[in-house]
Ligand binder design. Structure first.
Ligand code: FAD
Length: 390
């Protein structure tokens, strides 16, 4: 069957692209191997879909070329997506830091995009395995288990590798390689970090404890909550910084980001109070204070600290260093860092420079957002841009 555009992947970016192209009058076929539409939107944001971020800017994204996402983000902004959400009467609220969530479930966003595709006359086929993609003189030919399809434009929106149990595959990366496009290294990102056995055992009793910190790794620096788990650390501060962490790197946590620990310890120098009790002032849960001080060999009364020990403790409170031994991998990662090299694509259209008519959008591209609605905004923006040019 002949179409103008075939979009592979009915997730966030693919739906946006298909709807946009369809509403321009293009005959669009949207294919997905999964049974259900946009499973990642469904599970996102704890079921409420953090669908954009009011502060989405190019510097909230990681990429070998950090400027690549500028054009798409300018062509389709958070305000554009919000306007669509409002047009569909979907209630939303800002949770924190510009993060917009649906008042009701994420299904509202899926239904909205599905409706936009319907308005664009998009032909959608789920549970379709794509067996072969080849290039022809006037476009692309696809052999799928539901038949053979042809189109002048082919848009690849198959996402990243995270959460394979709901349909993630390396299909998009393999297709890029088939057409000679470079990939940047792929790693799980926005992912919990794991500790070596002895650290994990030491902190296992703290599983569930959450604390506001500044987490630092490489060039990443985020002020949010850390959550101790049975295997290591998670929570927004860690997920954020995990995108900057690489094996072998030390993770540094400022455990008192609002205080000046050295002056505080100085003021309390003569106190009979146990340090673990005094730290409750900063909202530290007692069991965390005791376990942390125990490991630092410092579980004593404030008056028993020498001036040198006070300085050392202050340093560690502001820069506690721990060496994770890895991440919890794609099973727990929200996204994949890396992907189709931006060098191979036009930032204005998302089309492959060397393969006219072939587009890559969304997470399969080497553009990875911070936690907080940035990744969906990239999916909407890149999907829209390709939809306007395919
Ligand atoms: P996807 O949405 O993953 O869509 C890819 C589609 O391609 C899927 O439908 C898949 O079935 C299909 N596909 C894959 N392989 C094939 C194949 N071989 N053949 C045919 N079809 C194929 N981001 C936010 O901004 N806010 C959030 O609140 C948020 N929460 C998240 C929560 C979780 C648990 C996870 C895992 C991610 C979350 N993200 C969030 C990230 C966000 O979901 C992704 O960045 C976004 O979905 C990427 O969009 P995409 O269209 O590129 O890929």
């Amino acid at each position: 069957m002949q179409y103008d555009v075939i979009v592979i992947g009915a997730g966030a970016a693919g739906l946006m692209c298909a709807a946009t192209a369809g509403q321009r009058g293009r005959r669009v076929l949207l294919l997905d191997h999964a049974r259900k539409l946009a499973e990642k939107i469904r599970i996102s944001g704890g079921g409420r879909c953090n669908f954009t971020n009011l502060h989405a800017r190019f510097d909230c994204y990681l990429s070998a070329n950090p400027h690549f996402c500028r054009s798409a983000l300018a062509q389709y902004t958070p305000q554009d997506f919000i306007a669509m959400v409002e047009r569909h009467g979907i209630g939303y609220h800002e949770k924190k830091l510009g993060q917009l969530f649906c008042d009701d479930g994420s299904e509202r966003i899926i239904a909205m995009l599905d409706e936009e595709c319907r308005l664009g006359g998009v032909d959608r086929r789920m549970e379709t395995q794509i067996l072969k993609v080849s290039r022809e003189a006037d476009g692309f030919a696809l052999d799928a288990d539901g038949g053979s399809f042809r189109a002048a434009s082919l848009v690849v929106a198959t996402g990243g590798l995270s959460i394979p149990q709901i349909g993630a595959t390396p299909f998009g990366y393999q297709l890029a390689e088939q057409f000679g496009l470079e990939l940047t290294p792929l790693t799980p990102a926005l992912v919990p970090l794991t500790f070596h056995v002895e650290d994990a055992e030491a902190f296992a009793p703290l599983a569930g404890v959450s604390l506001e910190v500044e987490a630092r790794a490489g060039k990443g620096r985020f002020r949010e909550n850390v959550l101790f788990t049975h295997k290591g650390v998670s929570g927004p501060a860690i997920l954020q910084v995990s995108s900057y962490w690489q094996p072998g790197m030390t993770l540094e946590l400022d455990l008192l980001p609002d205080a000046d620990a050295a002056s505080w310890l100085e003021q309390k120098a003569g106190s009979e109070q146990l340090i673990s009790n005094a730290l409750a002032e900063f909202g530290w849960p007692k069991r965390f204070a005791e376990a942390w001080l125990e490991r630092e060999g410092c579980n004593k009364r404030l008056k028993d600290l020498s001036p040198k020990q006070r300085l050392q403790l202050a340093e560690r409170l502001h820069g506690w260093r721990v060496k994770p031994n890895g991440t919890q991998g794609y099973k727990k990662a929200e996204v994949t860092l890396g992907g189709v090299s931006t060098k191979a694509l036009s930032s204005k259209t998302m089309m492959a420079n060397a393969v006219p008519g072939l587009f890559f959008i969304g997470e399969v591209v080497d553009v990875t957002g911070w936690l907080g609605g940035y990744n969906f905004q990239w999916a909407w923006s890149s999907g829209y841009v390709a939809g306007m040019h395919c």
